[in-house]
Design a protein around this ligand. Structure first.
Ligand SMILES: Nc1ncnc2c1ncn2[C@@H]1O[C@H](COP(=O)(O)OP(=O)(O)OP(=O)(O)O)[C@@H](O)[C@H]1O
Length: 297
């Protein structure tokens, strides 16, 4: 897992006078799922589009398996898989025709197995513009992975997908990862990022504000761990917790020590524990902390 597949060094993207991405650097290793998170306008899509060779950087360096996307789009096309925008497909192409077209573009046999897997086989002869939003998205994803790309670039892949399709896509991503595919995943969905990403970068106003595993990022915040305790008696009445729906709620930056203190108190007071829950701050809470005014910037 140490081979660097994607290298981004001091990358900058401008639109006229506006700097959308301002000197960011990160590397993605072989077989990693790397999340790119950030609020609207943070620069995620601009970064992905430069990696895909659709736009040219205005500064710094980008490499995918040693290829500069802005210079060698021919070599890049077989290495990367990208999710097309829905508008990139002709409205009256059928599902099966689109798979044939893409497969011939990559010089492979049509991957009808993927249409079956993405539950699109019943719609094989349906025009693209009459598919539902979720079906269009499933097709676009099937087309992105048809040629077994070494690098898969996904921009909000599960937005507008139903729960079943979302779970199926996550399974497919894990399978591809296990086969050594490197996946770049831009998402607004914190639960998805926490579940799927090995590491992630958070962008804010074009700058990279933090990078690490979901656990590292969550643990680096000031948000405290929540401990909820329910007892038979009233042993915690005098402790500093707040009573909410029969649970005493405590917050601590040292949850191990706090839980021991609480249990000792319950014991000393001759009381009995009914339930104890420890909830670490979520990635979402940490994300909000980082991206809100007065956050880590
Ligand atoms: N073609 C363009 N011309 C001018 N400005 C652009 C263009 N594309 C993007 N921008 C601006 O660059 C900034 C970054 O946009 P980008 O789409 O990369 O952000 P994003 O993180 O993907 O946002 P979102 O989560 O809303 O999709 C935004 O302020 C946007 O308005």
């Amino acid at each position: 897992m140490s081979e660097e597949i994607i290298k981004v060094v001091d990358f900058t993207k401008c639109y006229g006078d506006y700097t959308a991405v301002n000197g960011i650097s990160f590397e993605v290793k072989k077989g990693e799922i790397f999340g790119i998170l950030g609020p609207n306008g943070a620069g995620k899509t601009s970064t992905l589009e430069c990696l895909e060779g659709l736009r040219n950087p205005d500064g710094g360096k980008i490499e995918i398996m040693g290829i500069d996307p802005s210079k060698d789009s021919v070599k890049l096309k077989d290495i990367i898989g990208v999710q097309l925008q829905s508008s990139a497909l002709p409205t009256t192409i059928t599902v099966k025709e689109s798979m044939r077209l893409f497969s011939s573009y990559h010089g492979i046999k049509p991957r009808y197995d993927l249409l079956k897997r993405m539950r699109l086989w019943d719609k094989a002869n349906t025009y693209f513009n009459t598919l539902s939003g979720g079906e269009q998205k499933r097709l676009v994803l099937a087309l992105a992975v048809a040629h077994n790309p070494k690098v898969l670039i996904l921009d909000e892949p599960t937005a507008s997908l139903d729960v079943q399709s979302r779970v199926e896509l996550h399974e497919l991503m894990n399978e591809l990862k296990n086969q050594g595919t490197t996946i770049l995943l831009a998402t607004h969905d914190m639960a998805e990022a926490e579940k799927m990403a090995d590491r992630m970068a958070i962008l804010l106003k074009g700058k990279l504000v933090t990078i690490g595993t979901p656990k590292e990022i969550t643990a680096s915040g000031s948000t405290e761990t929540k401990i909820s305790v329910r007892t038979i008696g009233k042993s915690l009445e005098e402790a500093e917790g707040t009573l909410v729906d029969e649970y005493y709620i405590f917050y601590s930056d040292n949850p191990g020590r706090k839980v021991t203190e609480i249990i000792n108190l319950i014991d000393i007071m001759g009381d009995s524990l009914i339930d104890l829950r420890v909830e670490r701050p979520s990635l979402e809470e940490r994300f909000l902390e980082i991206t809100s005014v007065g956050g880590a910037l």
